[in-house]
Design a binder for this molecule. Sequence first.
Ligand code: DGI
Ligand code: FE
Ligand code: FE
Length: 398
Amino acid sequence: MPKRIALFGGTFDPIHNGHVELAREFAALLSLDKVVVMPTFIPPHKLKNDMAPAVDRLAMCRLACEPYKELTVSDLEINRRGASYTVLTLEQLHRQYPDSELFLLTGADMFLTVGTWYRFADIARLATICAAPRDEADAVCLREHAQKLEALGAQCVVAEFTVPAWSSTVVRERLKNGEIPRDMISSKVADYIAAHQLYTENRRYISKEEQYVDIIRGRLTPRRFEHSLAVAEQAVHLAKKYGADPDKARTAGLLHDILKDTDGDSQLQIFKEFGILLDAVEEKAPKLWHARAGAVFLQRVLGIEDKEILDAVRYHTTARAGMSLLETVLYLADFTSADRDYPDVDVMRELTERDLDAAMQYAVAYTIDDLKEQERPVHPDTLACYKEIMERIDDTNG
Ligand code: DGI
Ligand code: FE
Ligand code: FE
C-alpha cells in the first residue's frame, strides 16, 4: 500500500521530458511511493482547439513513463470524460488510498492559478500543493504565491530544484514545422507521434462547442445540463429569427448557468479573486450571483473575450436597460426553452415568437411580480429594464 502519493495532472499534449523530470524530481524530493500521471480529458482552465485525442495523449504518457517505476499513468479522468476537475480526482485517490498522504504536483503556471480551481478549499484540504520553478526568479514568485495560498489554508511546497521552461506548445510547433524535437520528447513518444500523424497541419480538431458542452456536463446537475442545452437551442432559434449571431447565441446559451450549481462560497471566492464588488441587492440575493460570477468565469478562466457574450451571461438573470439583441435573445431563451414548465410558459413562447418587446415586458413583469410576492428585493437593473420597455411601448402606441 503506497503511503505517499502524488497526482500530476495535465493535458500532456504531448508529454515531454520536462514533465517526466518534474515528476521524478518530486518523487525523490518528497520520498513519494508513486506519482500518478493523469492526462485530463478536457482541461477546464485552458481551452484549446488543437488538442490531440485523449487516447493518444494517454498512450504517449504511458510510453514516456514506462521506464520509471515511480511513475504510473492513470486513465481515470479520461474515462470519467467531461471536464476534468482535480478535486474529484483527489477525492477518488483519497477513497482508493484512505491511509495515504496526497500531494498535488504543478508547474509554475498552474500553481499560480490553483486558487481559482473548482472547490479549491477541498483541494487544499486533500493534498499538499507542490510547485516546480523554472528558474530562481520564478522560485521567488512561487514562494510568494505559496504564502497567499497558505493564508487560505493550503499546505504548499515550492521545490528547490528547477525544471526546464519547456512547453508542449513549443513541442507542437516544432513538430508542425516538420522537425522532431528529440531533445524534448522521448524517442518512443516521437515514434508514436509520427505513426499517428499527430500535430501535423491537418489533424483532427475538437471544437470549442464540444469543449463547452463537456465543461457544463462536468459542472452542472443533469437537469441543469439539459436546461443549458435547451436554452442554447432556443437561443440559436431566436438569434436566427431576429438577426443576432447564432454562434454567439449558442455559446451564451450553453454557458449562461455555468456556475448555477456551484456553491455560494466558491462564487464569492471568484468575486474576491477578481476584485468584484457586489451592490446592495446582489449582496442579499445569492440567486443573482451565478450570472455575474459566470460572466467573470467565462472571461477570466475560459478566456472568452467577446463582450456581447459576456454581457448576455452577466445580465441573463436581472436584465437591464439598453440590452443588446443578444442579451434579449438569451434572456428570453432562458424563459422559453423546451425544458421550461411554468403556468404561463405557452403565453411567453407565443409572445417571444411574435414580438421581442412584448415578450420582454411580460417576462420582466412576471419576474418583478414573483419577487414582490416572495418579498425578495428587485434588482435596480430589472426595474430600469421594465421602465425602458414601458416607455418604448408607450411611444409606439402613442
Ligand atoms: O438560472 P435560471 O434558473 O435558469 O434562471 P435565472 O438566471 O433567471 O434565475 C432565476 C432566479 O433569479 C430566480 O430565483 C429569480 C431570481 N431573480 C431574478 N431577478 C431577480 C432575482 N432575484 C432577486 N432578488 N432580484 C431580482 O431582480
Ligand atoms: Fe440563470
Ligand atoms: Fe438558465
